[in-house]
Design a protein around this ligand. Structure first.
Ligand code: FAD
Ligand code: SF4
Length: 453
């Protein structure tokens, strides 16, 4: 798929990948050999009938392709852009054994974009079936549950803590990877179907789940509140001026619209030498954002080696093409302040890989005496997140696991409180968009079964 030139795109926030033309999409679709056992479909967490949709693309019937995808996925324009296809559908594609797998994600993106640009039918709003459901959190899990229930005639209200809906799709993943207009269009579609959005509502503070059910009359609640509380590394100097969590940094840029400077005059210091700790998608997003804001250098620090980096392969490649430096097998010891008390540098330790740890990955071990200082005036910590306790602490009887995430029945998505369901990152810990959507869909099906029989 064509992309913007790396030396151009690292200075703007427009989308990196430019998308297939119709001709490219048809040619790519023709590479599919329509395997009888459909290994690609088994690799898709929501089970899209991939060969069927690709078959329609090969015939040039893009709307038929869209309808096949829409049976299983409610956010295909998002998933086509951000799913880790290499470990899902494309990782199982037979063409990938000897050659490049079929570009399933790229075709999904093409089909969803084609539908958005060419088909403008008003959504069918079903008559109210007499039942009310509340959704907490407007990320992919909550949006999927809301859409599926609204289609069945439920009156759905989504309560969102932030001032905009979309969850990580809006505040976390940058514009150059997922244009916000695409997410907003999905949300607008839900509004047209009658879904109400109540933003600036922190459930657990403003209202409790008990109040939603007992006083507001919701018969079921779905909790999709994500895992948005940042983790830190716990090293000296981490509270210095100039050290951010990735969540704060990306939220300032995305929601504060620092990327739209000077139209939006958001005070975000770009940093001269930016250092990002971690090597997942979040770290890549932060490091690439730093270059776009004008940093002279942007460096990723990772304790393990490149092979263990959890980010999507494409994000790592794109980051390097744009000029992000990857320091592998290096860990931070402490941050250092200048005389005026702001961040000046970080002291780093070289590592080697030892035996595998509990996660199955080889444990990074310090190499004695191999310590050096790295100049940095802005640091971003992207080493993971955990659940936000506000809602959980305000909900007595809600069973949590040892890691602080909600325990649900695997078959139904129901929590320890009857008719309260949960799914997405608040159950699994930080995971993926498609898994959160799948959980929202599963809970919606169970709620529908319970309330309508
Ligand atoms: P979220 O998207 O976190 O949404 C939860 C929502 O609930 C938020 O809007 C939050 O404000 C709201 N909320 C929280 N508490 C309350 C409360 N008490 N009351 C009301 N509302 C509340 N995944 C991929 O598949 N591919 C990627 O490329 C990718 N890149 C990522 C990049 C970044 C920067 C980040 C942070 C994550 C990325 N992920 C990626 C992970 C993915 O975005 C998440 O797994 C997914 O968004 C989880 O969906 P969710 O609906 O469970 O939660
Ligand atoms: Fe087509 Fe690949 Fe799926 Fe086989 S595995 S049906 S080639 S997309």
């Amino acid at each position: 798929m064509p992309t913007q030139d790396p030396n151009v795109r690292n200075k703007n926030f427009e989308e990196v990948a430019l998308g297939y033309t119709e001709e490219m999409a048809v040619n790519e679709a023709k590479r599919c050999i329509h395997c009888k056992n459909k290994p690609c479909q088994t690799g898709c967490p929501v089970g899209i009938d991939i060969p069927e949709f690709i078959g329609h693309v090969a015939e040039g019937d893009f709307e038929a392709a869209y309808q096949v995808i829409a049976r299983s996925s409610s956010l295909p324009a998002v998933c086509g852009r951000v799913c880790p296809q290499e470990s899902q559908c494309e990782g199982k594609c037979t063409r990938g054994i000897k050659n490049e797998p079929v570009g399933i994600g790229r075709l999904e993106r093409f089909v969803a974009d084609w539908h958005r640009e060419n088909v403008h039918t008003a959504p069918i709003v079903p008559a109210w079936n007499g039942h009310k459901v509340a959704i907490i959190g407007a990320g992919p899990a909550g949006l999927t549950a809301a859409g599926d229930l609204a289609k069945l005639g439920y009156k759905v209200t989504v309560y969102e803590a932030l001032h905009v809906a979309g969850g990580v799709l809006m505040y976390g993943i940058p514009e150059f990877r997922l244009p916000k207009a695409i997410v907003q269009q999905e949300i607008d579609g839900l509004k047209k179907m009658g879904v109400d959005f109540e933003c600036n509502m922190v459930i657990g503070k403003v209202l409790t789940i008990d109040e939603l059910m007992d006083e507001y009359g919701y018969e079921a609640v779905f909790v999709g509140s994500g895992a948005g509380l940042p983790r830190f590394m716990g090293i000296p100097g981490e509270s210095l001026n100039g050290v951010y969590s990735a969540n704060e940094y990306l939220t300032r840029v995305n929601l504060g619209r620092a990327y739209d400077f000077p139209n939006f005059d958001t005070p975000t210091y770009p940093g001269k030498h930016v250092t990002v700790f971690g090597a997942g998608n979040v770290a890549m997003d932060a490091a690439r954002t730093a270059l776009r804001l004008g940093a002279e250098s942007s460096t990723i620090i990772y304790r393990r080696s490149r092979a263990e980096m959890p980010a999507r392969h494409e994000e790592i490649e794109h980051a390097e093409e744009e000029g992000v430096k990857l320091f592998e097998l290096v860990g931070p010891l402490h941050f250092n302040a200048s005389e005026s008390g702001v961040l000046k540098s970080v002291t780093l330790q070289r590592m080697a890989l030892g035996e595998p740890d509990a996660s199955g990955r080889r444990r990074p071990m310090p190499i004695e005496g191999e310590v050096f200082e790295h100049e940095t005036d802005l640091a971003v910590v992207a080493v993971g997140t955990r659940s936000n306790p506000i809602l959980l602490e305000a909900t007595p009887g809600l069973e949590l696991n040892k890691r602080g995430y909600i325990v649900v029945n695997e078959e139904t998505g129901e929590t320890s409180i009857p008719n309260v369901f949960a799914g997405g990152d608040i159950v699994t810990g930080a995971a993926t968009v498609i898994l959160a959507m799948g959980a929202g869909r599963k809970a919606a099906q169970e709620i529908a079964k319970r309330l309508l029989g």
